[in-house]
Write a protein that binds this ligand. Structure first.
Ligand SMILES: Nc1ncnc2c1ncn2[C@@H]1O[C@H](COP(=O)(O)OP(=O)(O)OP(=O)(O)O)[C@@H](O)[C@H]1O
Ligand SMILES: [Mg+2]
Length: 369
């Protein structure tokens, strides 16, 4: 090993004992693992091994790492705690706390209305905190999620509600388009605000719309856009009138929902971003509506939680050592110019990247019939 490599090597790398795969999505595979620190402390973690398309020294990774640091610094109970970003076997991996429990997508239809309202109140609180956070020098961070959906909300066995994949959507929106086979891309369409289909809007209002889709699903027992193809979703998003009609018809079909809950839901699902409730006040409104019913904590305590699906993954059973994310010599700027291909596209414009994602996934969807 030459002197440069020696210098790059972490002083005493952590090791990861990989147990099993928890699942795969548009960004990569998630493993449950034990992190063994240099002092011998063992911590239960989740390892999100990001797709190889991501250059480990590219701008996208730095963006992810920076956002991870900011999110880590927020220390919010409903924002997944990020330990670090590491490179394992040449792949970038996000190390986060492991949350024993189940995805909201698997238990949304089994929870009382008050529990669903409280879950969404916690999500809104997390989104609002991330949006309002400021850097140490006072600059607004304006962090938004962009991919709020039930499979990105994890319910913990002790009643924790954790928003997953914060920051990843932004850093990865270009890489994701090369994984159109992933149902998760299509899955995200089902919760996507209309303005995101044609690259309008980059505010928490779009996440508020996605939360409205989840609230509808909790109340109706089925998705707002059940059985709709990506093509028809796109066409619906392009017409404010058709969109409003679809929402009104869906809401009319709801039975036995309190008028105050209906009013908030209607607002959250508004076509126009300005008509949706501001994320800053949403948590309070949802909390007020949940009051008096079963709490998330009580529901979680009484629930019979299933074990994780232990999926065989290529890394299961392995012990891997950490290598620090290598930063080549030179400034961030000189490194940026070395970034090529899809990573550079992220750098050029996050907005156009979202448009590219939508366009490519849409074309792929049409192509597949
Ligand atoms: N920190 C964690 N603790 C426990 N389970 C987790 C953790 N992070 C992710 N998971 C689980 O791993 C599985 C795969 O997650 P992943 O985000 O890759 O897939 P997804 O949410 O279905 O798709 P997408 O890539 O579109 O977000 C999900 O069931 C998710 O809940
Ligand atoms: Mg996810």
């Amino acid at each position: 090993m030459d002197r440069v490599d020696e210098a790059r090597r972490p002083p005493a790398g952590r090791r990861f004992r990989i147990q099993y795969c928890l699942g795969s999505g548009g960004f990569g595979d998630v493993y449950r693992a034990t992190m063994i620190g240099s002092g011998g402390v063992e911590t239960d973690v989740a390892l999100k091994m990001l797709h190889n398309a991501l250059k480990k020294d590219g701008r996208s990774v730095r963006r992810l790492r920076d956002e991870g640091r900011m999110l880590g610094a927020l220390n919010h109970p409903s924002i997944l705690h990020i330990h670090d970003l590491v490179v394992l076997s040449g792949r970038v991996a996000l190390v986060t706390e492991y949350v024993p429990g189940e995805d909201l997508s698997r238990c949304l239809n089994q929870m009382p209305e008050s529990v669903a309202l409280e879950v969404l109140a916690r999500v809104a609180d997390a989104l609002s905190t991330a949006w309002a956070a400021r850097s140490p020098d006072g600059e607004p961070l304006s962090l938004i999620h962009r991919d709020i959906k039930p499979s990105n909300i994890r319910m913990g066995r002790h009643g924790q509600v954790k928003v997953l994949d914060f920051g990843i959507a932004k850093a990865h929106n270009v890489e994701r388009e090369s994984h159109t086979a992933a149902n998760s891309v299509v899955g995200s369409f089902l919760y996507m605000a209309p303005e995101r289909f044609d690259n309008r809007g980059d505010t928490p209002a779009s996440d508020v719309f996605s939360m409205g889709c989840i609230l509808y699903e909790a109340l109706a027992g089925q998705r707002l856009y059940a059985k709709m193809s990506a093509k028809s979703l796109y066409l619906l998003a392009m017409s404010d009138e058709n969109h409003a009609n679809h929402t009104a018809e869906s809401l009319d079909s709801l039975q036995g929902v309190a008028p105050e809950v209906m009013a908030l839901l209607r607002q959250m699902l508004s076509y126009e971003e300005e008509e949706r409730p501001p994320v800053e006040t949403l948590a309070h409104r949802l909390d007020d509506l949940a009051e008096g019913g079963t709490s998330v904590r009580k529901w979680a305590k009484r629930r019979d939680w299933p074990e994780d699906d232990e999926i065989d993954g290529e890394l299961a059973g392995r012990v891997m050592s950490e290598h620090s994310v290598p930063i080549r010599s030179g400034t961030l700027e000189s490194q940026t110019t070395e970034d090529t291909g899809v990573v550079t596209m992220v750098a050029v414009s996050v907005g156009s990247a979202i448009a590219a994602l939508v366009a490519v996934a849409f074309v792929a969807w049409m192509w597949m019939g």
